[in-house]
Design a protein around this ligand. Sequence first.
Ligand code: SAM
Length: 278
Amino acid sequence: MSQIDDLPPLRDVIAAHDLRAKKSMGQNFLLDLNLTARIARVSGPLGGARVLEVGPGPGGLTRALLAEGAGRVVAIEKDARCLPALAEIAARYPGRLEVVSGDALEVDVPLEAPWRVVANLPYNVGTELLVRWLTPAAWPPPWESLTLMFQREVAERIVAAPGSKAYGRLAILAQWRCDARIAMTLPPEAFAPPPKVSSAVVHLTALPAPRFEADARVLSRVVAMGFNQRRKMLRAALKGLGPDIEDRLRAAGIAPTQRAEEVTLEQWCALARAVAEA
Ligand code: SAM
């Protein structure tokens, strides 16, 4: 196996710092540096890029980002046991790696926009972080792309098309203002310890403007209501939006008897506009 840098193999790093994986921290480590280099490259050429990494752990992906040329990497890690291993990487790449000790759900990103996110996310906070990145106060967001590892089932929900079981709130939220694709799938054995399910790397690129006009809060409310009772016809599922909901649905080109999973992104946005007008 070719080397991506002159630091010790990850197995040795884990043994030297006694980094036994903790389930409570969502720790499933990637030990193959060629694989982490492939993941890093999904985000595009890294020369000089500013990158946020969440959950660097022993640093496999961090090393790949730096070896691939990222100009500055900020890595937020909650497990303090990982900090000495990460300090060794920072010393190998002077001035390019800043490790922030803390919870990514609470820490502000100390990076000048635009930045990218590249992360093998802890599964317990992955969706929450994605939703936060997808719902900034203003669009375009401060990040240009998100390259994120998820459980495969979550990745499929992000890229799902209408008519599929995976299609729902996450697909609409992601696809409304981003291009989203699954770039890689990984079997459980790619990780140590192996998780129970397969994983996938999703790559999202922020569009300069939303695909279709809509108020973000209204769209989010309408979509959440529609999918909350996804087996019901929309005239019933969305009854709470007002007595004239059937008219609003028709104005958006949606039959009141349709179900949430049959409605396209363009129709959801038309419905959000019709509801906002009411
Ligand atoms: N990036 C490493 C890799 O690919 O081998 C580790 C990935 S592991 C799936 C998730 C990492 O996120 C762990 O290092 C864990 O300690 C860290 N983590 C868990 N919860 C976190 C949180 N709320 N904020 C920051 N890091 C967190």
